[in-house]
Design a protein around this ligand. Structure first.
Ligand SMILES: Cc1cc2nc3c(=O)[nH]c(=O)nc-3n(C[C@H](O)[C@H](O)[C@H](O)COP(=O)(O)OP(=O)(O)OC[C@H]3O[C@@H](n4cnc5c(N)ncnc54)[C@H](O)[C@@H]3O)c2cc1C
Length: 449
């Protein structure tokens, strides 16, 4: 089968390799120039490319199943597979992969480029072509690329097939990001962590995260409410540095004798929770032979690091549907849409609830334990009653859907009804942070040896 995939991000590249290994003749279209000979890669159309990524166990499993040599190459290049702490008698389980997105995608792209049956086409896909009511290819910079199957993996900012689908649900997640990458000094190690892939600390009004990557590189993030204009100045180097010194979690990672910054402070673009199924407003398959996959279906607040997992999990299910054939294109699309509604959409709904709750708490409201609790608060209550981890652990690892938390939600409410609240870590209050930003933004940053 001739397949055209629009988008050479994680979704498109992974799908291309997997389909080529099933005998498809695959063309992957992307407007991006690809990595430069000196190793740099701007990736202008993918805002998150240089922001930190954590790759969960499901991503590792997907690579192991479809492209094990990519996983081996990543590890050989310095990416680190980390194990999940578990009961002493249980076999260790992979928690995920510590790796920069740049490194992850460079290796995935190299494998796709080397794969017989995959052709990377540089260009802008302008239009999906149709004939007699089904997709027959794509127009790329005015040229026609014929296909029996078109996959739209054009990501969260892709516009290609938007006019054929219902309006996207969701929108801005209400939070904003700034991040910076650092490299450990010779002999130094990553700071101690309480979670395997990223350490996160929530304060009333902001949050910070540290992400270890490959080769001694790590990132720090400061997250604020999207409405909090007084913290916008964190994107300035001097203010970011001052915050990194003032917040203990960040200070432990970025202490000058431990690490030095290797990038400027990177402001994040807008962050979304969005979901969009395959069917049009009338419940019909808009164009049989055209399937949307990856971030074009679901995008979630990056602070939980779920996007590549929800994307590659979709691809694996789509591959299984195509493997099972010989269903017609319309049935395949309907089956995929129905599965996404039950297996992917719940993560979008989960973020809507978590982010609405966080916005309310950051605006000064207390936890309302008389109403259903948002999933993050249910999970946090396991600090008081560790027996809840039997249910909370699989949810946190994305091995069980958010609805599984319903079993322990009443117990969590009991805990909040006692007056208990998640502990606030050491560090400046939001007002103290705002004052620090006002004092330091605009100043020259410290010289780094
Ligand atoms: C700040 C931030 C941090 C994140 N952190 C994490 C994390 O820690 N862990 C995690 O799992 N996920 C994370 N995510 C989510 C993750 O980045 C996405 O889920 C992932 O990029 C989705 O991959 P994709 O291939 O579907 O889309 P993309 O990576 O967006 O790729 C789409 C590609 O399509 C191309 N394209 C678009 N339109 C066209 C066109 N018309 N013609 C030609 N080419 C086109 C683009 O150039 C791009 O290369 C984060 C997201 C953000 C915003």
């Amino acid at each position: 089968m001739r397949t055209v995939i629009v988008g050479a991000g994680p979704t498109g590249l992974f799908t291309a390799i997997a389909l080529a290994r099933r005998g498809h003749d695959v063309a992957v279209v992307d407007r991006d120039m690809g990595p430069q000979p000196d190793g740099t890669w701007d990736r202008a159309g993918v805002m998150q490319f240089h922001h930190p990524h954590a790759f969960r166990a499901q991503v590792v499993d997907a690579l192991a199943a479809e492209a094990p040599e990519v996983l081996a190459a990543l590890v050989a290049a310095g990416a680190e597979l980390v194990a999940m702490p578990g009961p002493p008698d249980a076999p260790p389980r992979t928690a995920g992969l510590r790796c920069r997105r740049l490194v992850f995608e460079r290796h995935l792209r190299a494998a796709a480029t080397a794969e017989p049956g995959v052709t990377l086409v540089r260009g802008h896909a302008d239009e999906v072509l149709s004939d007699r009511g089904r997709a027959v290819g794509v127009r790329v910079d005015g040229r026609r690329l014929d296909a029996d199957l078109v996959l739209d993996a054009s990501g969260r900012s892709g516009r290609l097939g938007r006019d054929r689908r219902p309006p996207v649900e969701g929108g801005d997640c209400g939070q904003a990001y700034v991040s910076r990458q650092y490299r450990l000094r010779p002999g130094a190690e990553f700071a101690a962590m309480t979670m395997p892939l990223a350490d996160i600390a929530y304060f009333p009004g902001y949050a910070v995260i540290a992400f270890p990557h490959d080769n001694g590189v790590f990132s720090t993030v400061i997250m604020r409410s999207g409405d909090d204009r007084e913290l916008v100045g964190l994107r300035e180097t001097a203010a970011f540095e001052a915050a990194a010194t003032a917040v203990p979690l960040l200070a432990a990672w970025t202490a000058p004798d431990r690490a030095r910054p290797i990038t400027r402070v990177l402001p994040g673009g807008r962050l979304y929770n969005t979901y969009c199924g395959q069917l049009d407003a009338h419940g019909a398959v808009p164009l049989p032979g055209l399937v949307f996959v990856g971030d074009t279906v679901c995008t979630t607040n990056p602070s939980a690091g779920r996007g590549v997992t929800t994307s590659l999990t979709q691809v694996r299910h789509l591959l299984a549907l195509l493997d099972d054939g010989p269903d017609d294109a319309e049935t395949t699309t309907r089956s995929f849409d129905a599965w996404c509604a039950t297996a992917i959409r719940p993560w979008f709904d989960d973020h809507l609830r978590c982010d609405a709750g966080l916005a309310a708490r950051w605006a000064g409201h207390d936890v309302d334990h008389t109403a259903p609790l948002p999933p993050d608060l249910i999970a946090a209550a396991a600090e008081v009653d560790p027996s809840m981890m039997r249910v909370v652990g699989p949810y946190l690892g994305m091995d069980a859907l958010p609805s599984t938390l319903d079993e322990v939600e009443p117990r969590a409410r009991e805990i909040y009804a006692t007056g208990w609240r998640p502990s606030v870590p050491d560090g400046p209050s939001r007002d103290e942070l705002a004052e620090l930003v006002a004092r330091t933004a605009g100043r020259a940053p410290a010289a780094v040896p």
